[in-house]
Design a protein around this ligand. Structure first.
Ligand code: FAD
Length: 469
């Protein structure tokens, strides 16, 4: 299976889309290159398949192709795990399997981007609390652990042959596959908008430079202008993300453009941390934020990017900046691999995130349909550790522990005004279920809110270290 690629579907700002007709071999090792070459040029039982120096290797597409497929052909010495997607879930699972198996498992991580920019704290970047560069993390430490980091797109999965096809034309075989591609947008979910309009009306809801574009638009909005957010329907990544974004935009506008207005158009009856956000907006940004829910047409919205208009239940509103966050589904490769159902998400078993479509495949993070856990970086990281433990156990005989999952989502409303929501989870009969939960309360004192914000910074530093080393 090697499906036709539509570049638009995969193209993302700040990323190079590899041409299938150009240079065949565009995999670039971030670091530890000598070591990676040796691994790839070593066949079963550690025998050298060929001796090439680096220049020959990088310049010889055919040789590289042979090196990639040869271990399976010769019978492999080590079990092979391939991970698609080097984000919160994929980065963690690759790192943990490599770290804990101590070389006993061959791990390949496929990720097109050389640097992953976290969506978490991208709202704080919009608000002026965080630097853009501080959102970026590379794969150097993951590669140093012995993971083959392949910077390319996975474009298909042949589940019978247990191989993953890359955009470069290469194919990589696996014993276990982990699919963690995050989200894609549902086409047509906001009439008038598609990804070709993302420069005029940014989503800023995937890793990359969209957040920079949105920040630029907000900071250059006309005096007294209107920032509009078209909020997504459930389920979507980071349930409190839109509310936090509104808070951070309000924070900036209250400083540089205090007569500006914020309009939220929302198809949902209610949303995560609603009482906390509404209290905070009233306290810090009184009169600036208006929300139109489904009662007043928030679920009947069309956008006109060229005219900078939003049509709400037939009424035309002129806006100055428009942040469209469309409906979401699993990253395209999950669908191409036949792992999704009619919901657009990939159903998994709650005890180990194993795909309900294929026992050799695990889906984790946003792409999975697992039950009660919100789609978040924290959740993806938590699920990834369960998957790493299970895969290592199956491939090396190490002990497998019962799954326990957890999540906390922090949000910043204004300077030093942090709130959080979280829960612990276990595998139920059919899906992952919440077993205990907590949420910040309205009316909390300033010191507690400041501590909650400090806690979120500690969490950020901890999770990126846990994912990227
Ligand atoms: C504004 C905003 C704020 C957020 N704040 C928080 C927060 O405070 N806390 C929190 O926990 N979460 C937060 N999140 C959510 C969090 O970013 C995601 O839930 C999390 O990143 C999901 O992890 P993932 O591994 O499933 O996907 P991702 O982290 O998106 O990683 C997917 C990776 O797969 C790669 N990929 C996709 N397709 C392919 C392919 N075909 N081949 C190879 N690679 C591919 C992508 O390049 C990407 O690097 C926020 C999200 C947003 C948008």
């Amino acid at each position: 299976m090697h499906p036709h690629i539509v570049p638009d579907k995969f193209a993302r700002e700040g990323m190079m889309f590899p041409s299938r007709h150009g240079r065949n071999f565009r995999r670039l090792w971030t670091i530890g290159e000598e070591r990676r070459e040796i691994r790839l040029l070593t066949g079963a039982n550690g025998r050298d398949l060929m001796t090439l120096n680096r220049r020959t290797f990088l310049g010889t597409a055919t040789a590289a192709s042979v090196a990639l497929s040869a271990p399976m052909a010769l019978g492999q010495a080590k079990p092979r795990v391939v991970v698609i997607g080097g984000g919160s879930g994929g980065g963690t699972v690759a790192r943990y399997i490599a770290k804990d198996s101590d070389g006993a498992v061959d791990v390949t991580l496929i990720e097109p981007s050389r640097k992953y920019y976290t969506c978490y704290f991208s709202n704080l970047y919009l608000g002026g609390f965080w630097e853009f560069d501080a959102l970026g993390h590379d794969y150097g430490n993951i590669a140093r652990l012995g993971v083959n980091v392949v910077h390319d797109w996975a474009v298909g999965v042949d589940r019978d042959a247990q191989t993953v096809a890359l955009a470069s034309g290469e194919s990589i075989s696996y014993d276990r596959l982990v699919v963690a591609p995050g989200i894609d947008f549902v086409e047509g979910s906001v009439p008038g908008w598609d990804v070709s309009q993302q420069s005029l009306m940014p989503h800023a809801y995937k890793s990359g430079t969209q957040a920079q574009l949105l920040k630029h638009q907000i900071e250059n909005m006309r005096e007294g202008g209107t920032f509009c957010m078209v909020a997504p329907p459930n389920p979507y990544r980071c349930p409190p993300g839109p509310g936090e974004r509104v808070s951070m935009v309000a924070h900036v506008l209250s400083q540089i453009n205090p007569t500006a207005k914020i309009l939220i158009v929302d198809p949902k009856e209610n949303y995560s941390k609603q009482a906390l956000f509404e209290e905070g907006w009233e306290r810090h940004y009184s009169g600036m934020v208006t929300r139109i829910g489904p009662d007043f047409g928030g679920d009947r919205v069309e956008v006109r990017p060229d005219a900078m208009e939003v049509v709400i239940d037939g009424v035309v509103e002129a806006v100055d900046v428009c942040n469209v966050i469309p409906a979401q589904k699993a990253g395209k490769i999950a669908e191409l691999a036949g792992l999704t159902n009619d919901s657009g998400w990939a159903p998994v078993f709650p005890s180990d995130m194993r795909s309900r479509m294929d026992e050799n495949v695990f889906v984790l993070g946003d792409a999975s349909a697992q039950g009660a856990m919100p789609k978040s970086g924290f959740s993806a990281n938590s699920q990834a550790k369960v998957v790493a433990n299970v895969i290592r156990g199956e491939l090396t005989g190490s002990r497998i522990f019962p799954a326990r999952y957890s999540n906390t989502c922090w949000s910043l409303i204004a300077t030093d005004d942090g709130v959080k929501v979280g829960a612990n989870y276990e595998a139920g009969d059919d899906q992952i279920e919440s077993v205990s939960s907590f949420i910040s309360q309205t009316g909390e004192d300033d010191e507690l809110r400041r501590q909650t914000y400090e806690e979120s910074i500690g969490w950020y530093n901890g999770i990126v270290a846990d994912i990227f080393g």
